[in-house]
Every structure is written in C-alpha cells, then in structure tokens.
Design a protein. Structure first.
Length: 210
C-alpha cells in the first residue's frame, strides 16, 4: 500500500460515512432533523428512542452496511496493493469519521458504533460477530447502550496491540477511533455519573406507550 492508496481508502470511507442514514430516515418519516430530537445524536439509538425499534433496526443495519461496503470495496479498487488490511482499516476508519463528522451536516453526526461494527465485519467477520454479541450482553447487563459502545472503543485497540497480529497503521486507526469515540461519548459518561442517562428499558417502555 502506498500513500495514494492509503489516502484514497480513507477518503472513500469518509464519503460513504457521510451518508447519514438516521438523518434521512427521520426526515422522511417526520420531516424533522433527528439531531434536534431526543438525545440529539444522529444514530440508530436515537431513532429507536424517537420512532421505535423497527426504524432503529433499519437505521442500524444500513449504518453497518455503509461501513462494510467501502471497507471491503477498497480491496477490489486496488487489487495489486500489498497490506490489504491496512487499506481496509483506513477505509473503515474513514467511514466512522464520516458518520461522526459529516461535512454536509455541519460535522454533527452520530457516534459511529454501527459503522465500527461494519468495519470489523469486513476485516474479520468472527471479530465482528463477537463484538455484536458482546455489545448485546453488556447492554442487557448494564441497561446502557453507551457502556457497550465505550467498551468497544477501548477494547479494540488494546486487543489489536496485545495480539501482535496487526500493523502499526491498524493500531493507530483504532487509537484514533478510541479518542474520537471518547469525545463523542463524554456527555454519556457525565450522564451516567449523574444518574441521568436514559436506559434501554426506559426507551422500550416509552415506545410502548406511544
């Protein structure tokens, strides 16, 4: 992988990530901006809270796909490149960053968890599936989606480093996402400390009463 291929992979991922699924779905259904509703987050969790779990699942699946596609696609765009996993990591990282900081929405997007999962599924589907199961279990146990999300951002770079199987580029991508992920989840951390964070069970109870 050369410099041009690396930058191109990052840019391709970013452009895919900027397609803000939750924004468009909420606009179509309610004619409003999802970022002005509920938690203000442009992601599947806020769509679930505001529109119900069906729309939340659709949003989440599409966000996973929008990261999976470019992460996998760059291998075919640059078929003769070495270190394919580095390009895939850059493309996936670009997608997560595009989702979190979409240029056409004033850089106000979601928190990137579904995209992160899509990236991992493309690079190594076993790890992706393990992460999905882990997120579900942590969320059920703690009642907070944020706890699972924060755990993902922390665990991936640690495992990538400890395993010794990944290059410095992959590890740096994971560290960048860790830093950005912590910044995006800082308000959730403050809410959990203050006891004001909305739990998953509360979201489902809210939707049942609608």
């Amino acid at each position: 992988m050369n410099f041009i291929q690396g930058v191109s992979s990052l840019l391709i991922g970013y452009l895919f990530g900027c397609f803000q699924t939750s924004y468009f779905i909420y606009k179509i259904v309610s004619k409003k901006d999802i970022r002005e509703m509920g938690s203000g987050n442009a992601g599947a969790s806020n769509v679930t809270s505001e529109l119900g779990w069906k729309y939340g699942i659709i949003t989440g699946v599409l966000d996973v796909l929008k990261a999976f596609i470019p992460t996998y696609l760059v291998v075919f765009i640059f078929p003769n490149a070495n270190q394919e996993i580095n390009m895939m990591a850059l493309a996936g990282t670009g997608t997560v960053l595009g989702h979190i900081y979409p240029f056409f929405l004033d850089f106000r997007g979601g928190k990137g968890i579904a995209c992160y999962i899509g990236m991992l599924l493309a690079i190594n589907w076993q790890i992706g599936v393990a992460v999905i199961i882990g997120l579900i279990l942590i969320t059920i146990i703690t009642d907070y989606v944020s706890v699972g999300s924060i755990s993902l951002y922390i665990i991936i770079p640690v495992l990538a480093y400890i395993s010794g199987d990944y290059s410095i580029i992959v590890i740096r991508c994971a560290v960048v996402l860790l830093i950005v992920g912590m910044i995006k989840h800082w308000i959730n951390i403050q809410r959990m400390v203050n006891g004001t964070e909305t739990g998953l069970r509360s979201v489902f109870k809210k939707n049942k009463t609608k």
